[in-house]
Design a protein around this ligand. Structure first.
Ligand code: FVH
Length: 299
């Protein structure tokens, strides 16, 4: 664990849920003075036992530290606990690790800057037990000055990756990765539901699905090139016409097995639309055209 030495007046952690607590515990171990605030005071006790200094209000937490990390449920909570104390922001750095949309991040960045503070937005690509390890990747965007100044501190929480320019970029990457993750989870659940109708235990099935999914990730760079060039036929090995026919078998098997096909129908509609748009010889990457249309509806 690195020693954190660049914050002469310490750091405040605002929000002590599972993630805020993990952040605070990790920072306490680095030796930096840590102040903590949480809406319900019960969660403060465990941290003050470990050496954190409790604060009574978010105003006090912000005012007494040069840097405040905010990590609460959502942006409504962020606004509720920060906005009333706009006069405390001047000269301070606010690092917001609350999950939200890129637009929410931009809006908060504007607000902090308008009150003469530095704003850094963060997207945590980790679960609480990973905090403090290199595997915990945290994306940042917003003030480069704040990022550079607090880099040692941020590196103590995990691998810190900064995206220059738009303060919404950390959130954009974060949410995009979560979308990829939920695609995997929903596919996994549908597959387990089908395989279990044949008596296959989820734990057994997992031993075959993990290597399969890993093997399939090798197609992603090919699909990415197709999307960037707009040439969906480039390097295609499994064309969309074939995939559309095969996908119908998946839907039919689920129907016959008596399980929901609700998660599967939007993709089926997109396959059919892409085929009728002339992408039979292209790859699955052609579906990006439907996804990029806000008006696309699964029929
Ligand atoms: N935990 C995880 O796996 C993920 C990993 C990736 C990042 N997320 C995001 O981190 C934010 C905090 O998540 P969390 O896991 O700490 O969440 P909880 O344990 O549910 O704690 C929520 C804290 O938020 C406080 N809070 C909620 N509403 C308010 C409010 N109106 N005013 C003040 N504080 C509020 C809550 O306080 P309390 O209920 O203890 O009084 C907790 O401190 C989140 O954006 C994740 O998406 C976590």
């Amino acid at each position: 664990m690195k020693e954190v030495s660049n914050n002469d007046r310490g750091i405040s952690i605002i929000g002590l849920g599972a993630m805020g607590t993990a952040l605070a515990k990790t920072l306490i171990k680095t030796g930096v003075p840590v102040r903590v605030w949480n809406r319900s005071p019960g969660k403060i006790k465990a941290l003050s036992d470990e050496g954190a200094v409790p604060t009574n209000t978010t105003e006090e937490a912000i005012a007494k530290s040069s840097v405040s990390i905010v990590c609460v449920s959502d942006y409504n909570a962020v606004r509720e606990i920060i906005f009333p104390f706009k006069n405390s922001i001047k000269g301070k750095t606010v690092i917001n690790l609350t999950n939200g949309t890129p637009e929410q991040a931009r809006e908060l960045a504007r607000w902090v800057h308008a009150h003469s503070g530095e704003y850094l937005d963060g997207g945590i690509m980790a679960i609480p037990p990973m905090i403090g390890t290199r595997e915990a990747v945290i994306f940042y965007s917003g003030s480069l000055v704040a990022f550079e100044k607090n880099k040692t501190l941020l590196e103590s929480l995990g691998t810190a990756q900064y995206f220059e320019g738009d303060p919404g970029l950390a959130s954009l990457y974060d949410l995009s990765l979560l979308i990829a993750m939920y695609g995997m989870f929903s596919g996994f659940l549908q597959a387990v539901a089908l395989s279990s109708t044949g008596g296959v235990k989820a734990t057994e099935f997992t031993t075959v699905v993990i290597p399969w999914l890993k093997a399939m990730t090798q197609t992603l760079p090919i699909n990415a090139k197709q999307i960037d060039s707009g040439d969906y036929k480039q390097g295609v090995v499994s064309n969309l016409g074939m995939q559309t026919v095969a996908y119908q078998n998946l839907v039919d098997a689920c129907k016959v097995a008596g399980i929901s096909i609700e998660l599967m129908l939007p993709l089926k509609a997109m396959f059919e639309q892409a085929v009728s748009n002339g992408h039979t010889e292209g790859d699955i990457s052609a579906l990006i055209e439907n996804i990029r249309r806000p008006d696309f509806q699964a029929k």
